[in-house]
Write a protein that binds this ligand. Sequence first.
Ligand SMILES: C[S@@+](CC[C@H](N)C(=O)[O-])C[C@H]1O[C@@H](n2cnc3c(N)ncnc32)[C@H](O)[C@@H]1O
Length: 386
Amino acid sequence: MGGQEEAMKSTRRAELDLFEDLEATPPTFSVAILNKERFLKILKESDILTDLSLLKNKVTALKGVIAFPKKDREGLLNIDSNGDTISLRKDVLISELNQILEAQTIGRAKYYLKRLEDGVRRVKTNKVSDVNLLRWKEYDDIITDSLWVLDKRDTSGVHLGWYWGNFIPQIPHQMMLRYTKKGDWVLDAFVGSGTTLIECRRLGRNGIGIELVPDVAQKAAELVEREPNKYNVTTEVVPDDSRIVNIGGILEKYGVKQVQLLIMHPPYYDIIDFSKDRRDLSQAGSVDEFLKMFGDAVDNATPFLEKGRYFALVIGDKYSKGEWIPLGFYCMNEVLRRGYLLKSIIVKNFEETRAKRNQKELWRYRALVGGFYIFKHEYIMLFKKK
Ligand SMILES: C[S@@+](CC[C@H](N)C(=O)[O-])C[C@H]1O[C@@H](n2cnc3c(N)ncnc32)[C@H](O)[C@@H]1O
């Protein structure tokens, strides 16, 4: 038997052992903390090999250490000594090593090795987020599909869900992960119970929220204060009318000229009465007046959104006098008329209100009689400022 054949056999043997062991271990999302220098050294040593079987042997041994730390003879997991460490999601790392092991040619194996090395050595982000594109596989919490079916709201921490007409925290959370970097500024022009600002504190983004109803603004501010501020960011609730509030003046207090993300979750016209105030969008006398008020709020905020950054509009439709009123698309057109670029229309399942849940049968009967469908969705319309 030639040396190469022997090497191939031993690779297969080692792989089989490992797979058996791995299958016995339930999959977890644990993190491997590695000595960066040693890890890169092993990758480099593998990279200079010209024989595919030898390269695979080396990678199999590496995979063994990561899956079973007791096998660590190289000091790969020795993170006490001087030098940088790197934390990688264990399941993703194992799958990348598997990809190398499954490569049919040395060229392909080296390509995967190089990709792994790049993800350890460098951070590559785009202009609007902190997502490391060289390690994109680790971000499976970030949604990239246009249909969101979220089965429960995040009620962790101070998120209470007390406010009728609030949105689920996952909405600002997702928007901030994809469209802001740590330390960026977010403006929510209809902040209600402060959901966006609570998420700002959790993710290390600064946030300004405008809310017309003083009591609601006050309660939101108190709630937001209760969320730990571990990144030491600024969060402020301003009780005012989004259509005319002096946004430039608020930002100037913090030495900032523009924000990097704009969020708007206005009333869906008159579906919920938020107050009796004439300045409240839920008090508009007609759909046209509602759209005019909404457009004014967009006009007031637009100059303070940085060019190339995103505007997320959360809105639903309404049904009135036997007719579906596509408020979402009407509002979308208002934004497009102001020169924004449409990036996505996300359709998100709608949380059933308690009242509707109790009247499920009645609504179904009404729908059958009236020839319409019961609302189960709302939109997150995503625009980019040109
Ligand atoms: C759909 S709710 C927003 C809920 C928020 N996303 C949350 O999670 O709590 C709309 C909010 O806009 C407020 N509002 C209505 N007209 C306004 C205006 N002209 N300026 C500022 N806020 C306004 C309402 O009082 C209400 O709290």
